[in-house]
Design a protein around this ligand. Sequence first.
Ligand code: ZN
Length: 241
Amino acid sequence: MRYGLISDVHGNREALQAVLKALVKDSVDQILCAGDIVGYGANPEECLALIRQQAIPCVAGNHDWGVCGLLDLDRFNPWARTAILWTQRHLARADFDFLRALPLTFQDDILAMTHGTFNAPSGFQYLLGSFQAGEAFPYLQRKIGIVGHTHIPGFFVRKGGDVHAGVGPFLQGEEGCEIIINVGSVGQPRDGDPRAAYGIYDSDKNYFEIQREPYDVKSAQQHMRECGLPVFLSERLPRGI
Ligand code: ZN
C-alpha cells in the first residue's frame, strides 16, 4: 500500500490542489489527512469540498474544532482567532456538521493517525522533539504513527526503548522499529521552506519520504488580502514561517 499523507491544509486551496495533483503522479493508493483543513487561509469551503469529494479519511485538528465550536477560542493566538471567526462566517451548515463529526484518531491495519500526540489526542499538544515522541509511543497502537500540528515535517523512531529524531527527508523503516512521521503542512509550512509539504509511506517497503511541492503562493496571498484576513498570515507564506 502506498499512502499519501497530508495535514494542516488551513484553507489554502492553491496548495491543496497542487499537492493532490502531485499525489496522482506519485500513484498513491490511499490519501489520509491529519487535520486542520480550515483556519488561516481564504478558501476553507473549497478545501473541505476537495477533501470530501475524494472521501479522504481525516482526523480533527484544533482549528477544525475551534471553527465548529468544540474548542474554546481562548486556546488560540489573536491571528488564529481572527481567522477562525472569519472562517465561521464563510462555511455552510454541512461544513460545520462535517467538522464536528471528525474523529480525533484514525487507524487501519497498518498505521494510526492523530493531529497532535497519541497520548492526549484531544489536548492538541505539539510533538516537537524526542522527549514528546517518547511520551507518545506507548499510546501508539500500530507500528506507524502519523501526526501534523507543528507544521514542521520530521520523523521519530523508537527502537529497543530508545527514541531519536530522523534526519533528512527519507527514512527506511527497520525490523523492530516504531516510527512517528510528522508530515508537515500543506497550506502553511513553518520550517523555512514555503513549498507545500506532504508525506509518502510505502508500507510494502516500509519506506517514508517527505515531499515538497511548489504552488502559487502569490495567488493564495492575494485571496487572503482580499478577504481581509490578518496581514501577518499572508506575509508568512512566502517565508515558510
Ligand atoms: Zn495547523
